[in-house]
Design a protein around this ligand. Structure first.
Ligand code: SAM
Length: 372
């Protein structure tokens, strides 16, 4: 792999779908909560623009943000152009365990943007991510599976003018693109490793770039064939790659070039509250509240069996608090709501008059702030 950090640029990755994932989807999923001290790792940070401008602001309570890349020249540029006291850049390869082992079980949140498509063995990468995470830790990952970039590259390989330079590179198409991997392929892979999936979405992305220049530079920077093209032919190669991609992706109404791709957006981790996952009981909260300084006037732990007035009310209430629902495509939401309802009925049952019952353990609490 030989990528060009100069052409790549040092700003945020120029894909609208990535911005949406980091700035809208993850906050909606409560990927980070402002009361948690986070130790974050950004895998495949490139020149650090995304790390600095989009990943760092996700975490209000940050202890450390480690940002790694397999290429020393990427890290070099990141340190110069996107340095920040909370970000520690270093060269490490997410596919090679000895290079990342020092963070084993320490990472509370791992982010990886447009990196995993580069891996020879994606499962190895996911397994390493799992080993890096602290129990209960989460990973937010996004990478393209299909891209017109690879189609344009294949087209150019057919041209005898360029074919010989391809021979020096070997396989240049990602496994995901070559083998048409889809979301269920990755779903199965990450579940086998032991992850729980909070959110998985396969997005058809039409990302418009800010200019022809930005588009051409970005794709030239990640084109592994370009370093093998003689200097006096590089401009011609870049222009042809650009033209091929425009043929496939087209332009927006305002003339800006579009990159068409399929992208996986993935959030793994726990979507259940800490109280449920860790089976917190009354004495846990008693101690916590006393430590804060409150006086406890009433504390009761109760097993409840609440009968709802109708199936509709029951279904609506639990759909309204289900954080996954807003990420289900509109045409599948009713099916999701019905299945959630059926699962809950299996567990909670119905009353003698056929009304749905919700069973839970609840804490009742009345506390007073001390006088002094
Ligand atoms: C398309 S860039 C994305 C960079 C950055 N995340 C961003 O949003 O701009 C992909 C980066 O992943 C890095 N990379 C590829 N394979 C890697 C690996 N096995 N371990 C760490 N970094 C890797 C590449 O060097 C490159 O800088």
């Amino acid at each position: 792999m030989n990528l060009d950090p100069e052409l790549y640029g040092t700003k945020i990755i120029p894909f609208v779908n990535v911005k949406t994932f980091l700035q809208e989807t993850l906050p909606q999923l409560e990927f980070s909560r402002d009361y948690e001290e986070e130790v974050v790792l950004d895998a495949g940070c490139g020149t650090g623009g995304t790390t600095f401008h989009l990943v760092l602001p996700l975490f209000p309570q940050l202890e450390n943000l480690y940002a790694i890349d397999a290429l020393p020249n990427m890290i070099h540029n990141a340190e110069i152009c996107n340095s920040h006291p909370m970000i520690e850049y270093s060269v490490a390869d997410i596919e090679k365990w000895p290079t990342v082992k020092k963070w084993e079980c320490q990472i509370t949140k791992l982010v990886s943007i447009y990196c995993l498509q580069w891996l020879k063995d994606a499962k190895k990468g996911f397994r390493n991510i799992y080993r890096l995470l602290k129990p209960g830790g989460k990973a937010a990952i996004c990478f393209p599976t299909q891209s017109i970039f690879y189609e344009a590259m294949k087209e150019m390989e057919n041209n005898s003018k360029w074919r010989s330079y391809y021979k020096e590179v070997g396989e240049y198409i990602s496994d995901a693109h070559l083998n048409k991997r889809n979301d269920s392929y990755y779903e199965q892979m990450v579940k086998e490793i032991g992850f729980e999936i909070v959110y998985l979405n396969e997005v058809s992305a039409n990302d418009a770039f800010s200019s022809d220049e930005a588009y051409k530079n970005f794709f030239s920077s990640i084109c592994v064939v370009l370093p093998h093209v003689p200097v006096n032919k590089k401009e011609e190669f870049k222009n042809e790659l650009f033209e091929e991609m425009i043929k496939l992706g087209g332009r927006a109404n305002d003339g800006l070039p579009i990159h068409k791709s399929t992208v996986i957006h993935l959030d793994t981790g726990d979507y259940l509250p800490d109280s449920h996952v860790n089976k917190r009981n009354a004495s846990y909260y008693e101690q916590m509240i006393k430590e804060v300084g409150f006086e406890i006037l009433h504390l009761k732990e109760e097993s409840t069996a609440d009968v709802f007035s109708s199936e509709e009310v029951y279904k609506n209430l639990y759909s309204s608090i289900c954080v996954v629902l807003s990420h289900i495509p509109v045409n599948k939401r009713e099916e999701f709501k019905n299945e959630l309802f059926e699962e809950m009925i299996k567990l909670g049952g119905s009353s003698s008059d056929g009304l749905p019952v919700h069973r839970s353990i609840a804490i009742e609490l009345v506390i007073r702030k001390n006088e002094q």
